[in-house]
Design a protein around this ligand. Structure first.
Ligand code: ADP
Length: 297
């Protein structure tokens, strides 16, 4: 709960004096009972004549009800997801037993149906996990435990675990991250989620082609690149790619599963780790996702 103004310095004043409007999403006021009240603040400069702002309008809005609603929503998602997970795991386990023939030999048709049911259950499991991650991130409870992570190894593990998908899509995945790059400080679980999402997408949206992962260290941080030669993202959809539940038009027509939560989660994790993520994409030619993570000091 950082104060907006501190000993002679006020962030809001800084903006309007430069002639800029600024929206502060979440600040805290202390009411008469000395309780913290969350507020949103819009600051807009007023120009009477010339280019210098003469004064400013400050609009404060009490957002405690919105915060409560947001909190209830996250809690509902969290409880519902936990309740769904247990029965879904039993269904998955039974389907795996059936598929292996442990409960009796299957006809070809039966095996196909069970395989289809298993794919759906795996997809639902992934969706539930993603919804849980979103609720954890949005409630500010995402655990960040910075440590040195061997990024090359993390990517190698993820690439090996997605070998089946790569084969099905006829995609060759190459890891060109230098061996010596073990010095990036992030969060191990977070790094794995970043790698899983970016590699999964690069393979999923490519039919016959190449995916290359590489890295370029600089003084304070390291730049990572995940490059594919796949479908690309339509230009009119590019500004929405990191939004929750967004899937580009061409993704829907490619018959690939997905919820549109992956990149929203990844962007949040990278920002929690003190990094940034962005991309370049040409429709029909391919996409490169770039992200930076801070180096070990
Ligand atoms: P999804 O579960 O749909 O893959 P993401 O949040 O991971 O969700 O990605 C959002 C959307 O961004 C995808 O639906 C797809 O349209 C687009 N996208 C992401 N990565 C790629 C990529 N490597 N190539 C083409 N499109 C991509």
């Amino acid at each position: 709960k950082m104060p907006l103004c501190q000993a002679g310095h006020c962030q809001a004043n800084e903006f309007w004096h430069k002639g800029e409007s600024h929206f502060f999403k979440q600040l805290y006021f202390r009411n008469a009972k000395k309780e913290f009240v969350p507020v949103a603040l819009l600051v807009s400069p007023i120009f009477v004549s010339g280019h210098e702002p003469e004064s400013a309008v400050f609009i404060f809005r009490d957002i405690s009800k919105e915060m409560e609603a947001e909190h209830s929503k996250s809690e509902f998602i969290s409880v519902a997801s936990h309740q769904l997970r247990t029965p879904l795991n039993s269904i998955r386990w039974i389907l795996e037993l059936l598929a292996k023939g442990d409960l009796g030999k299957l006809t070809k048709k039966e095996a196909e149906f069970i395989d289809e049911a298993h794919t759906s259950v795996v997809g639902m499991n992934k969706l539930i996990d993603d919804l849980l991650k979103v609720s954890i991130i949005e409630s500010g409870r995402f655990p960040y435990n910075p440590e040195c992570v061997n990024i090359k190894e993390t990517f190698n593990e993820v690439i090996a675990s997605q070998n089946y998908l790569a084969k099905a899509h006829n995609v060759n995945v190459v890891n060109e991250i230098p061996e010596a790059l073990c010095t990036v400080i992030t969060d191990k679980a977070g790094t794995r989620q970043i790698a899983e999402c970016l590699i999964d997408n690069a393979i999923k949206y490519t039919i016959k082609g190449d995916v290359t992962v590489s890295a370029r260290p600089s003084q304070n941080d390291t730049l990572f690149m995940v490059k594919d030669s796949g479908a690309g993202i339509p230009p009119e959809n590019q500004d929405k790619v990191f939004e929750k539940f967004f899937r580009a038009e061409n993704a829907a027509t490619m018959h690939t599963g997905g919820s549109g939560l992956g990149l929203y989660i990844v962007k949040n994790i990278i920002e929690i780790c003190g990094g940034k993520i962005w991309f370049d994409s040409v429709l029909g030619k391919g996409t490169t996702f770039y992200f930076s993570l801070p180096n070990k000091k």
